[in-house]
Ligand binder design. Structure first.
Ligand code: XMP
Length: 308
């Protein structure tokens, strides 16, 4: 069992051997896996790695600034605002699987363009052990990925034998901030799977504002490292409410806060009642389009963690 320091030295050597003087590219999400991989590969091959951070218009409040500030001086970092491309492609689709497929396809289009620009030969991926053990894939350590444009990239997966807690230890050793090392899991399609029904810029923004309140309050209560995921969901249900002395007809937002070890199962977190009340009051008073907040009390199974 290598110490984090030994793992890093060993990984840098292996990455240098694999990539040599070629160019590499990584899709940096700001989560711990892709962040650790980006920094390891940067330490091995320097600016021959381009780290691409794509804004698909479905990121959380402040996420673009947070990820940019963390990495702009540490990596050969490129921010791509593709939010219009994603939102245009998604217009009118309300089925969760359709939304996922469209987001995945546009992501590949955007990423392919960037890979071509830098003439990358390698694709760095933050695959970790559960990703390939769960799929029982006979994934070899050296394998290729063919992009739709015919470009073939060889995969480099520096943390593929590690589990999440081990990746976090490497992140700490690399000096990454807590906001990166302990960031809660966030799905690739982002808020796209937390807005029920068709996505518009407006309803994504409502979800984003409500989600920020949930995150701020859970973090202020010091519970962010205790629970697995905590977020808001914007439903497509409208309910009657009263604001001031006026009848109002606004959205129902669901707050979901769960404990889990591996996301395969999850249980609803037991939280202080005053925290729940504060979240509810803040969302209905600060997000004008919302009249009603509900707390999800279903475990996984039978529910899933995400709503879509
Ligand atoms: P579910 O909703 O299936 O989620 O219980 C299990 C875990 O996976 C995350 N999740 C996703 N992650 N792309 C991702 O990268 C997705 O489409 C996706 N859907 C769910 C979810 O946040 C939870 O941690």
């Amino acid at each position: 069992m290598l110490s984090p320091k030994e793992f890093i030295e060993d990984a840098i050597k292996k990455i240098k051997d694999q990539i040599g003087d070629e160019k590499a590219i990584i899709a940096l999400s700001g989560g711990v896996d892709s962040s650790v991989c980006s920094v390891l590969v940067q330490e091995a091959i320097g600016d021959n790695l381009t780290a691409i951070f794509v804004d698909h218009g479905l990121l959380r409040e402040g996420e673009v600034e947070q990820v940019t500030n963390t990495f702009k001086d540490r990596l050969n970092f490129k921010f791509v605002d593709a939010s219009d491309e994603f939102m245009d492609a998604l217009a009118g689709y309300d089925d969760p699987e359709d939304k996922r497929k469209i987001i995945g396809k546009v992501f590949i289009d955007v990423f392919e363009r960037e890979a071509e620009k830098v003439d990358a030969k390698f694709l760095v991926q933050g695959t970790i052990a559960p990703d390939w053990i769960e799929t029982k894939g006979e994934i070899k350590s050296h394998h290729n990925l063919a992009l739709p444009n015919g470009m073939v990239l060889e995969l480099c997966e520096p943390v593929r034998d590690l589990y999440k807690d081990e990746v976090r230890e490497i992140g700490v050793e690399l000096g990454l901030p807590d906001t990166t090392v302990y960031r809660q899991p966030f799905p690739g399609p982002g808020l796209g799977v937390r807005v029920v029904g068709a996505l518009t810029r407006e309803n994504v923004e409502i979800c984003r504002k409500a989600n920020k309140i949930v995150c701020d309050e859970v973090e202020a209560a010091g519970l962010d490292k205790e629970v697995w995921q905590y977020f808001a969901v914007l439903t497509d249900t409208k309910v009657t409410g009263v604001k001031g002395d006026q009848r109002d007809f606004g959205y129902l937002v669901v707050v979901r806060i769960v404990n889990s070890i591996d996301a395969m199962t999850a249980s609803v977190a037991e939280l202080p009642w005053d925290l729940i009340q504060t979240i509810s009051k803040r969302i209905t008073s600060e997000v004008s389009e919302v009249t009603h907040v509900a707390l999800s009390i279903s475990d996984k199974p039978p529910a899933t963690i995400e709503f879509c």
